[in-house]
Every structure is written in C-alpha cells, then in structure tokens.
Ligand binder design. Structure first.
Ligand code: GAP
Length: 528
C-alpha cells in the first residue's frame, strides 16, 4: 500500500517539520513555515547543493571537456528592475490559464483540466510582434495521460501537415461558447458550469518607494535565474573565471499560483537553488547531458535512491522554442502516484536569456573567448566572440525537502512505535542522541560529557540531542520519528567498562562499543 499523505502531514506537524504559515489566524493558502526539524532538514539539503554544486562542483569530477567543473556563487535580490521581467518574458507571458466552476466554485488550471471529449483546435494568436499558432488540447485523465493524448494528437496533425511550428504548450480556449456544453466540472461533474479560461499572471506585484504610483510597480522574482543572467557580465569582468563555467544562486522565489496544493509541493513562496552553466554553443549538448546525469545521480546520493525517482525528457511539443532539450528529475510523491511530480528541471536554454537582456538593456553581453578561433603564427589563438549557451539545472528546495520527507517516511508495524523517518544520514536533522539510561548514579554526567564532545565535532552538521527523561523505549521512538540515525545509551556497565550501547534507527539493532570510539563510529557512518 502507498504511503498516506495525511499521516505524513500529521507527523510533520507533530514533530515540528512543517507548520501552516499564520496558523493561529487560520493559515494563508500557499504558504508554509518550517519548524525546528524541518528548518534543519532544509538547511542540510541547501548545504549539500551548495557544497556539491559550488564549493566542490560535481564531487571534483571532470566535465565533458576533460577539465574540472568550475562554478561560482552570486546572491541577487528578490526585487530587480521591472525591465528584467519584461526582458525575461515573465511580465507578458508568465500566465496560467484558470477555469472556475460556477456550480461548486472549484478552481482548476486549464492545462490540468479534465474535459470531454479530446479536441485539438488551432488558431493564430499575435503575441507582441510574434505570430504563433496556438494549439488547444483537452484531454481526459491525469496530467501524464493528457500529455500522452497530446503527443498522439500532435503526431496526427503532423501527419496531416497542419502543424506549422512547435510552440510552447499553451492552453487557450478557442470558441468556448460553442464547446461549453461538452465540458463537465471534474469536481462536481456538472456540465456547462465551467467559465472560459482567464489568463492569470503569476507575478506578485509590489511598490518601491512611498508614492505607490504606477511608476513604482516592482515584482517579486518568480525565479532566481534572472539575477544570474543580469550579473553575468559583472562576474566575467570581476573574476578570472572563463567559459565554460557556472553561476549558482539560491533563494526565495514567489509565484501567485492559481491552485497552490499538495502540501508544500506547489506553494506561493518557495526556495530555489539554480545554476546557469555558460558554455560555447558547440559544446552545449555535451554539457546538457553531463548536467542531466549528474543531477539525477545527486538526488540519488542524498537518499532518493529507489524507483520513486525518474528522469523524464520533455517531448518535442513541451519544449520552449529556444530550447533544444529539457528534462525533469521527477519524484513519485504519494499524491502524484502512480505519476511523478517535478523536483528539478534541467534545461538547455540556448542563448535566449543573455540575448533578451542584451536587447532590452542595450549592454553587450557577449563573451570574448581567447582560447578559440584561428591558430596564429605565434601559437596563440585569434579569439572568438559569442553569446554563450546556457544549461540550467533548476532545483526546488521545498519540493526537495518534501521528497526527502516522503521517501524517509516508513511504517513498520512490527516495531513498538511504527513510524520511522529513514533520512539519509547526510540529510538527517538530528545526527545522534545521547541517553543516560537513568537520570542518576553518575550516568547524566557521562552522557553530558559525550554530548559536549559530539556537539563540538558534529554540531555544525546537525543536532546532537541529549534526553534524560522517560523510558528508553519512548526515547528511541521519538528519535525514530525525528529520523535520528544513531542513539548512544550510557548505562551501569559504562561506568565500569567504558562502553556504550549504540542503536541503529533502521534495523533497531544494538551493539556495544567503547565510549572513546563513539566519535569515530559516527564520523564513519555520517561520512563527515
Ligand atoms: N529558472 C527555471 C525555473 O524556475 P521551474 O521549473 O519553473 O524552472 C524550478 O522551477 C524548480 O522550482 C521546480 O522544479 C520546482 O522544484 C520549484 N518550483 C517551481 N514552482 C514551485 C512552486 N510553486 N512551489 C514549490 N516549488 C516550486
């Protein structure tokens, strides 16, 4: 049987992983806070990304060019000049089509909509100066099934030669009034009750300065990526780094999602960890494959190791017009099963973003590569000027934390306390716990000394808990629910033979080791 999302959410609340934001005021839809354990879990995830992407990129591996991968960080602001978002296309085009049911008041994203029967209509829409074909698809089923139906429909259109160009998938209700009667609300099943889709811009607006006039409108960033593109030139000019290289940015992004749902999966405020990797256009396919494979391996390395993780290459019809490849690292969440939900996108963005910002800002964003171009008689190269192509691994840290929570959640009815969070030791918020068997006879003092020693050695990686109260069984159970991998117990024997009991979270097995070996034991198992 699959894992129960209700049980996972209950544990998250009970043990302080995730709370509803503003809960005492009734909550606010699409916003979640982290409690002490959730904060530590997410910090471990962020740190792991930072370490393995920036500080020691790809665990010191070489890229497809045979050189070590090079990455640097930036920290850019949530609020940027509004023209950044015009250039990136977010102000004009970052829309979700939204449909309401007049009968039961449910709201749906039209591209997630279930409708009958399957239609594929074409029309021409003018967006700015670009004229593009708009395809309208209505499918019955889950998003994956609808995608399949859409792929079939595209194949049929291609065969008929009616498909002139591939455009980003766009749902647009054409001729709605004549079709309305066909559609039924997926929630209440009433026919003809759905409103026509309205385009809904996902950008949060705010005002900068005191006057709050139209001229002061600014936006909260919907992605951290654009901060990287607009600082690309500064990074090249102020460091000695050379293409190919990556720039990483981690921080909060905001999207006024039409239908925030599935716990933290689709929130209105969330954290991203994005890397923009700049390379020569000729090398971009090699780097695309490199990053796609590495990102999949990375998620596996922190505990998403089973068949709940998959890599899905986008179909041609899902690709943006500037992209020659995009794939998603997907996780089978309990609420998406048997389907998968996106954890991270790895996109080949071509030179789209730098070109857009170059055009809108009128600042040259090309790169002079001294190591390319014709070989000169003196043995050096003539150099080549180009706009680098970009491979973008874009991860969501809240979705990542949610996947880690769902993966860790295990029910073992044979154990006295059946709920166990089997976090990978690197991700575990509590790294170890130290218990005096009883709170007397010199045991608390020995436990405190060991706790102090372990905190000094491992404290920067996570909590070292010390808990003298309640029965030992209850203390183990509390640590199992918190996902603490190792508990050390000081008992009467410790005082005579200097050994402690170590209990393994996953198996419940216990063994005795010398107290002066505890630090080494933990270091080996935590990989620290
Ligand atoms: N710069 C590219 C970009 O932002 P994206 O696929 O829209 O790409 C990247 O977002 C990642 O950010 C997603 O894979 C997901 O993990 C996370 N993300 C996006 N929207 C989210 C939301 N509303 N709530 C939580 N995480 C979200």
């Amino acid at each position: 049987m699959g894992k129960s999302m209700d049980a996972i959410m209950a544990l998250c609340k009970r043990r302080g992983f995730v709370y509803q934001a503003s809960e005492i005021y009734g909550g606010i839809n699409g916003f979640w806070d982290y409690g002490p354990l959730g904060t530590l879990l997410k910090r471990n995830l962020r740190e792991a990304w930072w370490q393995d992407m920036i500080m020691n990129p790809c665990w010191g591996r070489q890229g497809p060019d045979g050189e070590p991968v090079r990455c640097v960080p930036v920290e850019t602001r949530i609020i940027q000049h509004p023209r950044v978002w015009e250039a990136s296309g977010h102000v004009g085009g970052f829309n979700d089509p939204m449909v309401d049911c007049k009968a039961c008041k449910s709201r749906f994203r039209a591209d997630h909509l279930i409708a009958l029967p399957l239609h594929a209509l074409t029309s021409v829409e003018t967006a700015g100066e670009q004229s593009r074909e708009v395809f309208v698809f209505y499918g019955l089923g889950t998003p994956a099934e609808v995608r399949q139906q859409r792929a079939k429909e595209i194949a049929r259109l291609e065969a008929q030669r009616t498909l002139q160009s591939l455009v980003p998938p766009l749902v647009y209700l054409h001729n709605y009034e004549t079709l309305k009667a066909d559609f039924e609300c997926p929630a209440c099943r009433q026919r003809g009750s759905l409103t026509a889709p309205r385009q809904f811009n996902l950008m949060f607006k705010t005002y900068v300065g005191a006057t709050a006039s139209e001229d002061d409108i600014a936006y909260l960033r919907p992605e951290t990526a654009q901060g990287i593109f607009v600082q690309f030139k500064n990074v090249v000019d102020t460091t000695r780094i050379k293409v190919p290289f990556g720039i990483g940015n981690v921080g909060t992004s905001f999207r006024n999602e039409v239908t925030p749902r599935n716990f933290t999966f689709r929130s209105r405020e969330f954290e991203q960890a994005e890397l923009e990797f700049f390379c020569h256009p000729d090398d971009s396919q090699g780097w695309y494959r490199f990053w796609r494979d590495f990102r999949m391996e990375w998620w596996r390395s922190i505990g998403l190791a089973g068949d709940n993780l998959q890599l899905r290459e986008h179909d041609q019809d899902e690709l943006s017009h500037y992209s020659t490849g995009t794939c998603d690292v997907e996780y089978r969440f309990p609420f998406t099963a048997p389907d998968f939900g996106e954890l991270e996108g790895v996109a080949h963005r071509g030179c789209f973003d730098l070109t857009q910002h170059q055009e809108h800002s009128r600042v040259k964003l090309d790169y002079f590569d001294q190591e390319r171009g014709e070989l000169l008689p003196n043995g050096s190269r003539k150099g080549e000027r180009y706009i680098p192509h970009v491979i973008e691994p874009a991860a969501g840290l809240d979705r990542g934390a949610l996947a880690l929570i769902c993966e860790a959640y295990t029910v073992d009815e044979s154990r006295p306390s059946p709920e166990i969070m089997k976090f990978h030791p690197r991700m575990a918020p509590i790294k170890a716990a130290v218990f005096p068997l009883v709170n007397k006879d010199g045991m608390p003092e020995v436990a405190q000394k060991l706790t102090d020693e372990l905190r000094a050695r491992f404290g920067r990686h996570g909590l070292i808990e010390s808990d003298p109260k309640q029965s030992i069984g209850k203390r183990y159970a509390r640590m199992d629910e918190a996902g603490c991998p190792y508990c050390f117990t000081i008992d009467g024997d410790t005082l005579t033979d200097q050994t402690v009991t170590v209990r393994d979270r996953d198996s419940g097995a216990q063994e005795r080791i010398a107290i002066d070996k505890v630090s080494g034991y933990l270091s080996e198992r935590l990989g620290l």
